[in-house]
Write a protein that binds this ligand. Structure first.
Ligand SMILES: [Zn+2]
Length: 468
């Protein structure tokens, strides 16, 4: 065989991965920067699941989605539940019985939640106790500026929404850490998992006393007085509250060339925003499209607003009624069994400093586009919803045909660890489902890193999926 023929054969036979940046023309590169601008605005205004729902509703509302869709065609319906999960539906040209195209992502991100009796004082400082939410490396939350976002229900039943720590004029909060000079016994000589205790993640919230030295709990009282004057709160109100402690400040460009975005909550608001944009940018898809945003993924998808809830069935029933059809149980399940779904979630990119935990032939890389993950789970695919070959084949061909730059990614070496997504909670309906989303670095940290080109390619991938 001639050298040229061998080269031609290699070109034909080897599977090859492409950098998104190499695959795009100048117009598309300009789209990447514009999309990033919108994405960062979303990230900065959606730092909790409640804020994300409000933002999704706002953007969807501006694009014609309504809780009362009427009888016009196509139907653009928005349904939200308890302010923590939301679904957007866009009717297609084909009857709904033929199945829907569904993208599910999660609105919640790891954080510190305030406990229900949070406020106390110690060594003449005021603190609030926290209980961490989701899988965090606790030391990453020490010695950094933190903001409080959330909702309080006052004793008169009224609602108070709080955001403190985001405006430059706001104070911030922080969790202190021991100085290195004294850390040897309490931290340095311990295993990392023992060195940082969840019970020590106490938020510093005050330092000025009230009254005189005979006043009881005068630092705690000073904070209660302030909360009462500013918000009309009493201590018991904090019991009926969901106050979430998140990194203060907005998303930032990372690197001299600004190609990366560093932010809190890429997991999974990158998929929330890209799938939201994908559905609002559609006119009239072939099949009915539903984009579902759920809560509680980071703590197991339980509860009324998690992926294990029956919200999707209820949304489908509403949609069938809007189409003038009777929402029989049997019919709803037939629709779900005929459906195709993407469990839209991030994957861990190869970490340049910890390459040993990845198996490089099968690991996702920053800049290589939307990542297809056939299965998740750990220890022999345990706990995985493994997408079937037929579905992977269909999706990869769809992406190839539409110039979506994609890669595959398995989370870590065999027996190195693992993780799960909502896929396994939706697969029991009988639908085809696969994990799909951008790869990120420093996942679950207060400052996750994503590649702008991957975020854009995720949007493009989700859009062609909904159009299919
Ligand atoms: Zn996630």
């Amino acid at each position: 065989m001639k050298k040229q023929e061998i080269e031609k054969m290699s070109e034909q036979l080897f599977s090859k991965q492409r950098l998104v940046w190499d695959a795009m023309d100048e117009t598309e590169k300009a789209d990447v920067w514009e999309f990033d601008r919108q994405y960062r605005d979303f990230l900065n205004r959606a730092k909790t699941e409640r804020e994300a729902v409000a933002r999704v509703e706002e953007i969807a509302g501006k694009n014609g989605f309504s809780s009362d869709p009427g009888s016009g065609k196509p139907i653009r319906m928005a349904r939200s539940f308890l302010g923590k999960s939301v679904a957007l539906c866009l009717s297609g040209k084909r009857p709904i019985e033929e199945g829907i195209n569904l993208i599910v992502s999660h609105l919640d991100s790891p954080r510190l939640d305030l406990k229900q009796n949070p406020l106390y004082e110690d060594v003449d400082l005021a603190f609030m106790k926290t209980h961490y939410y989701g899988g965090i490396k606790k030391f990453q939350w020490l010695t950094r500026p933190l903001a409080i976002h959330g909702r309080v229900i006052r004793s008169d039943g009224s609602t108070l929404d709080i955001v403190v720590g985001e405006d430059d004029a706001d104070p911030v909060f922080t969790v202190a850490d021991i100085l290195p000079h004294l850390a040897r016994k309490v931290q340095t000589d311990k295993k990392v998992s023992d060195a940082f205790e969840g019970e020590k993640l106490n938020l510093m919230v005050g330092s000025l006393p009230f009254g005189n030295k005979d006043t009881k709990d005068r630092f705690k009282l000073a904070i209660l007085k302030l909360l009462n004057e500013r918000y009309g709160l009493i201590e018991e109100d904090l019991i009926s509250a969901e106050l979430e402690v998140v990194p203060a400040g907005g998303a930032r460009d990372v690197g001299w060339d600004r190609g990366l975005t560093g932010a809190y909550g890429h997991d999974d608001r990158s998929c929330v925003f890209t799938s939201l944009r994908a559905i609002v940018d559609l006119e009239r898809p072939h099949k009915t499209s539903i984009v579902l945003f759920v809560d509680k993924e980071e703590i197991g998808s339980d509860g009324a607003t998690g992926a294990k809830s029956k919200f999707l069935e209820s949304v489908l029933a509403d949609l069938m009624i809007a189409h003038g059809k009777e929402p029989l149980y049997h019919e709803i399940h037939k629709v779900l069994m005929n459906s195709r779904a993407i469990s839209a979630d991030v994957n861990g990119a190869i970490d340049p400093d910890f390459q040993d935990v990845h198996e490089k032939r099968n690991a996702a890389r920053l800049g290589y586009g939307i990542c297809l993950t056939k299965f998740t789970g750990s220890g022999g695919k345990y706990g995985a919803s493994d997408a079937n070959a037929e579905y992977v084949g269909w999706l990869r061909n769809l992406f190839n045909k539409n110039k979506v730059v994609w890669q595959t990614g398995e989370l870590g070496k065999v027996d190195e660890g693992g993780g799960g997504t909502v896929a396994k909670f939706l697969a029991p309906y009988g639908m085809n489902i696969i994990d799909c989303g951008p790869a990120v670095l420093s996942m679950h940290s207060p400052f996750e890193i994503a590649h702008k080109a991957d975020i854009y390619m995720t949007y493009k991938g989700f859009k062609v999926f909904l159009e299919s």
